[in-house]
Write a protein that binds this ligand. Structure first.
Ligand SMILES: [Zn+2]
Length: 65
């Protein structure tokens, strides 16, 4: 299930895009969702990069569509 609300967070929110390096300026899931991010997932347990959450940024979503 993708994360859209701060209430769903189990870790401090830090975000990066699955395709590019966008996302570090996003401070909450609400802010990211409002900016057009989708598919935000908790990846903290996977030790992925420095971000606890991985998503699809608006620019990359546009390219996928
Ligand atoms: Zn991206």
């Amino acid at each position: 299930m993708s994360i859209t609300s701060s209430h769903q967070l189990r870790h401090p929110f830090s975000l990066t895009c699955r395709h590019c390096d966008a996302g570090m300026d996003m401070e909450t899931p609400e802010q990211a969702t409002a900016a057009g991010w989708t598919e935000i997932e908790d990846v903290a347990d996977e030790g992925f990069l420095e971000a606890n959450y991985l998503g699809l940024c608006p620019d990359c979503k546009r390219e996928e569509d």
